[in-house]
Design a protein around this ligand. Sequence first.
Ligand code: HGY
Ligand code: MN
Ligand code: MN
Ligand code: MN
Length: 413
Amino acid sequence: MSPAPPGLTVAADRVQADLESLAALVEPGLPGWTRTALGPVDRQARELVRRWMSDAGLETSVDGAGNIFGRLRGTGSGRALMVGSHTDTVLGGGRFDGIVGVVGALEAVRALREAGVRLEHDLVVVDFFHEEPNEFGLSCVGSRAMVGAISAAHLDLRDERDRSLAAALAAVDVDPSALLGARHDFARVDAFVELHIEQGPYLEEHGSQIGLVESITGISRFRALFSGQADHAGTAPMDRRRDAGCAAAGTVLAVERIAGEGMQTRGTSGQLTFTPAAVNVVTAHAEFRGELRGPEEEWLRSAQDALTAAAHDEGSRRGVDVEVDWLPLQEPTAMSDGVVSVLGDVVDGLGLSSTRLFSGAEHDAALIARAVPTGMLFVPSRDGRSHCPEEWTDLNDVVAGVTALTHALLALD
Ligand code: HGY
Ligand code: MN
Ligand code: MN
Ligand code: MN
């Protein structure tokens, strides 16, 4: 542990300018602040981050999974502390999810350098490729690849147009076979810390400046296909229809019912497509993608069974064929007690108010925690809103988070 030097300060104006520059890189014609990983603009954002890393004196590199790294050498033998987050967004998302942790990590390193601090550890800033789920249902693609949790089967996932994930990655210049080989060597990494917005109302409601994440939700995503029969909307009798839309709609309600019965559990039906999608034709096919989340793996497994059964029940009552495919379950992930307690001491030492909490949002930290002791710092989200254009965190809250992150690196050294 290195002592904090007196001149160690985070430059709020630089944090603000960087957040604004990154947030401004959006896909034209799409709602909100959209920069999807498989879209046309995300690469520009990652290139900008790489340039900033290089300007800040970091040695930069990109791995086979498109993750961007910037390393500041320490005085030691190459053991490292890793810090970062992601720069991609959801469709119609906001200006803070992900980029706060990348800009914050970069600023922490700049602040340490400018204060003349040299840590024993190397500091490795990471901009993880493709954290948000894509139309194939896969999330945390870059961090997943780093911990070897991605397989050829993932790359063969299909979207609605039957395009493979491998083809979609190749279209944004990420070589699928390089991605499979991008397992990171964590042997010399001692800890990972991710700064992120909370994306929920807990900190604001508790009047806390910083959230100390204790664990991250488990997630179970599915794709359900319903196949019935197209018929004339005006003549096909109600009791003779094979309406795939109704079977899918019943399953949407089952997601809500099942998730409503657990503790801190969530269920979301985010994508539903009817074909042929005409107002006067009974729906022949419905494709529905959704997810269940919760802190207990056991609940997730039983909820999967309950939802699969509900979908089949909705189908069989209507003569609709049903297929439900679940992606591999992502287990709930505890953060490292050791790292969380260091983060707690740092935050207390800075006089910041904090609260320990559970993350219902998914993060690269959940993947990296499989390889190294990991912790997360949250900063408040106004009205708890996130994944929407209204997502907002005040600059002073971001700066408090970056300050905590900077001091955490000293404390972990
Ligand atoms: O979906 C999530 O929880 C995260 O914001 N990617
Ligand atoms: Mn997100
Ligand atoms: Mn995020
Ligand atoms: Mn007609």
